[in-house]
Design a protein around this ligand. Structure first.
Ligand SMILES: Nc1ncnc2c1ncn2[C@@H]1O[C@H](COP(=O)(O)OP(=O)(O)O)[C@@H](O)[C@H]1O
Ligand SMILES: [Mg+2]
Length: 370
């Protein structure tokens, strides 16, 4: 690749994203010299034991500090292998990468208590890769009174906004978040609620699959209206932004509160798909007035049943993948963390006040030198 042979003509960063879905790690190699350009990417699913260890740490349990530290190290070894694979595949030398922006794996997100925890051991990752690591992007925003999330809207604004269209970008991760990009005026954004997390949880517990491929199970079922109404009555959906959420709220126990076991498995799956779709669509109708087009990214972009449900809930608004705007939907978030790492090295702010609710913009992340 020309970038490794001629490092001066490029500014290479790697973004590592491991989101609430707990599916694995997205790694993106990005040239950030001008407009962000994706040079290569890969995805590695979590090995089952690592996923189980991370999932277990979402809930209070015995000796969790020790277990969290060990999980952070295992996770960083895994991140290092993702980085190694990406560099080898694209024939880029570690020394030509300015930094890795590493999101880490969220196991607790409690801005209401003033903290959020992303596991991962950045010192370990810097040591294993020989590349500087920027990590812990969210804490500073929370310390400044913000939600610490979502952080991708600032990146969406750079790559997806247009003076000719009022666009909304929807990231269908475990939790779904949107970015409102009006033609003029401030960029806003927030977590709309569940994206894939409940869909994954239900099919996981009932069928033993980690996700509902293309929404096949949901599309065989029929949404149950009273159930859907009861779920949509959750206070989170009514709450005005700024707001963010996570697995602490939307999880299997939340689901069980609605007595879901009484219904057919596929009907619950359909109801949950409709819940994700409606909560996204309602948020757009309510908070993004005048939207002319919606662009989808994140793993949920592959769930055709879910995407169709969102489209049906937003009549008259065209829906497309972010690929239409030049970035494949699988890599947008990892690219965002590469970009946030560059902002950190440059001493530039990474948050948007109107998105996170922080009292001011802040430089986000901590640097671990190579
Ligand atoms: N072909 C597909 N059909 C349905 N769902 C999919 C498909 N591919 C990915 N997904 C969903 O996307 C999720 C991963 O999305 P991702 O953007 O990585 O979320 P996160 O950022 O929370 O990790 C999976 O857990 C799964 O629910
Ligand atoms: Mg993921």
């Amino acid at each position: 690749m020309s970038s490794s042979k001629n490092p001066k003509s490029s500014e290479l960063y790697i973004g590592l994203m491991s989101g609430t879905s707990l599916d694995g790690v997205d790694a993106a190699l990005v040239d950030l010299r001008g407009r962000p350009r994706l040079l290569g990417a890969n995805y590695l699913p979590y090995p089952k034991p690592l996923k189980a260890a991370l999932l277990a740490l979402h809930n209070p349990s015995r000796d969790e500090l020790h277990r969290a530290s060990l999980a952070g190290i295992r996770l960083s070894d895994f991140y290092a292998s993702c980085v190694g694979r990406l560099l080898r595949r694209h024939r880029v030398a570690a020394r030509s990468v300015r930094a890795i922006g590493c999101h880490g794996q969220t196991v607790r997100h409690r801005p209401d208590f003033g903290y959020t925890v992303q596991l991962g051991n950045p010192a370990w990752l810097a040591e294993r890769t020989g590349i500087p690591v920027v990590a812990d992007f969210r804490s500073r925003d929370i310390a400044a009174g913000g939600q610490g999330a979502p952080l991708v809207p600032a990146f969406h604004a750079v790559v997806f906004s247009s003076p000719a269209a009022h666009r909304v970008v929807v990231n269908l991760g475990g939790i779904a978040n949107l970015t409102d990009l009006p033609r003029r005026g401030p960029v806003t954004g927030f977590d709309t609620g569940p994206g894939n997390v409940l869909l994954d949880a239900w099919i996981g517990t009932k069928v033993g699959r980690s996700f509902d491929r293309n929404g096949a199970l949901a599309s065989r079922g029929r949404p149950c209206d009273p159930l859907l109404r009861a779920m949509l009555a959750d206070a989170y959906f009514r709450q005005p932004p700024p707001k963010s959420t996570g697995r602490e709220r939307f999880n299997l126990s939340w689901l069980r509160r609605f007595g879901v076991s009484r219904y057919r498995i596929e009907d619950v799956q359909a109801t949950l798909a409709e819940l994700s779709a409606r909560s996204v669509a309602n948020a757009i109708s309510r908070f993004c007035r005048g939207t002319t087009a919606v662009y989808i990214c994140g793993g949920g972009a592959h769930n055709s049943d879910l995407v169709e449900r969102i489209a049906r809930s937003l009549p008259g608004i065209p829906l497309a993948s972010t690929a239409r705007l030049g970035i494949h939907p699988d890599w947008v978030e990892a690219m965002a963390f590469a970009w946030l790492a560059q902002r950190r090295l440059r001493g530039e702010a990474g948050n948007l006040r109107r998105v996170t609710g922080a009292k001011a913009t802040r430089v986000l992340g901590a640097i671990y030198s190579a």
